[in-house]
Design a protein around this ligand. Sequence first.
Ligand code: PRX
Length: 661
Amino acid sequence: MSTEAPVSSARSVTNIDSMLKEKRVFKPSAKFTREARIGSFKKYKKMHKASLKNPDKFWGKAAEELSWFRKWRKVCVWKPPFAEWFVGGKLNASVNCLDRHLEGPSRNKAALIFEGEPGDVVTLTYQQLHREVCLMANVLKKHGVKTGDRVMIYLPMIPEAVIAMLACARIGAPHSVVFSGFSAEALKERTNDCGAKVIITADGGFRRGTALAVKRNVDEALLGTPKVKAVIVVQRTKQDVNMAPGRDFWLHDEVQKVSAVCKPEALDSEHPLFILYTSGSTGKPKGILHTTAGYLLGCHLTTKYYFDLRPEDVYFCTADVGWITGHSYVAYGVLSNGGTSLIYEGAPNFPEPDRFWRIIDRHKVNIFYTAPTAIRSFIKWGDDWLARHDLSSLRLLGSVGEPINPEAWMWYHEKVGGKRCPIVDTWWQTETGAHMIAPIPGATPLKPGSATLPFFGVDAAVVDDNGEETAPNVGGKLVIRRPWPSMLRSIYGDAARYRKTYWSEVKGCYFAGDGARRDKDGYFWIVGRIDDVLNVAGHRLGTSEVESALVSHPDIAEAAVVGRPDELKGQAVVAFVTLKNGVPHSNNLKESLRAHVAKEIGPIAKPDDIRFTDALPKTRSGKIMRRLLKEAAASPTGDIKGDITTLEDLTVLAKLKQTEE
Ligand code: PRX
């Protein structure tokens, strides 16, 4: 999620006191280093330095890895805060993801492996995926979609979600994917904001053993979307749905009526590829606009270097296509590299909490990319679920979405990765399009909890309120000091908001909304959104550091920390904690947690109030909704025993807040 407005100086994060000091360092294994693309830390540093010295040279050379109809004239034109990349070039993202892999043996290699929640498996080779994409592209054309027209995609995690994105890309129709767990209202708002005239959806999808009513939400949204002329419906669950004659069309009927040949459009480098909505805590969602060449290059290169993707790998990213991760690292980055992307439709704990381990074992997954929130659930569910499966095919693990607590990192490293897999902790955003800060596997020494160092061409820094770089271990604002190819180009239809939100806080810099510090080795430690910073008795503390300390206690599965106004200290620390299965609530445990935090960070960070809860209110993408917790923490009732119910209410509340992600 992104911050809405630039933060005021009253909430500045200069001098966040960073007290949690993680000392463990994990050097890349000799085996990984031997085979890696970038085989030493020295080489990474040299390449990074050169990329910053002459970015046009670096990006120009990198862009030769893409397939072009016409080469660009100029690598970058920068009229702050608006960038154009590969000016004058012409290409097509679907050609890069499909057609160019049809020429050799890779045409018969798996592009997509789909596992449905009921256990059904569909594998599409590059050739088969290409055919499906051409068919769907022709169906869109038949319904009047032209280059530049926007198309909504509201689908569960089924192959058609990827097919639909690439079909849009093929004809130059910018897509806007809306997470199928979002409400009718959210779909309506986004559809109207971008003025789409076609929606691609499904009858439903399987989740926790039941068929979700996806099409029903579309029907409701359509009551308020006057521009939508056609709805293309994928049949997934075969449940009864309403099909309005002349408006709703089954995809399986429509593909019978069109050709399987669809010539790709030769599109300008800056042609819009998609609009993805992301919401802040206030205001209407922002339509983050990404264009073709720069975005694709960012996804392509980061997938290659950070996931070390090889032709023989099975790569499994657990993100839904409704999020940027599902765009960049389920679809575009993996397919442009000719990789095999495994997607899974359902819940991680259906029918039992070992579903992901079962999938890894069944399909012999080599690369696994998930989020800390999922990792903490796995920890809570217990190690026994992993022990039942052979995870030895795994060779690399990834993490995304929020800071990974060092203890969760250690668990991931030991229990999932068998101590042999590098963990690539990737810091980036919907707005950045591709990874920005992450370790190069086989080259960068890892420190649990740190996303480590920036990607090539990325000039990241931690600065104070005056834009000056902070000293080692002094917190500040995480900024990017120059444009990069996969950066957002604007907020759809609102260039003024784009400028104000991202480019007005720190002069000349893109401000990401996150607080961070760099250690003496220059490693970045993200301490969370800067509006999540606590100020306790004059000390600024990152909530994620206190959370990490709590999670390092053996009884704790998950923790969320918020501030509560306090007359004496400015803010008091309130911790909501979820215990591991079978651990009873007790006052003794509260005391032991306080002592533990005091030991890990210092007495200043000791929670004033600890509340046990079975679940934390989360956004749809798994981020903890601290705003709701803050309200709960500040409520005068103060009766700790009643908190479980309160939180359950909050969870419901969170689900109802459809503008939240
Ligand atoms: O606060 C950072 C956090 O997620 C935000 C971006 O959220 P979104 O646009 O939804 O994209 C999520 C997928 C990239 C960031 O501003 N974040 C993301 N990855 C990390 C992270 N925080 C710490 N470490 C990460 N690896």
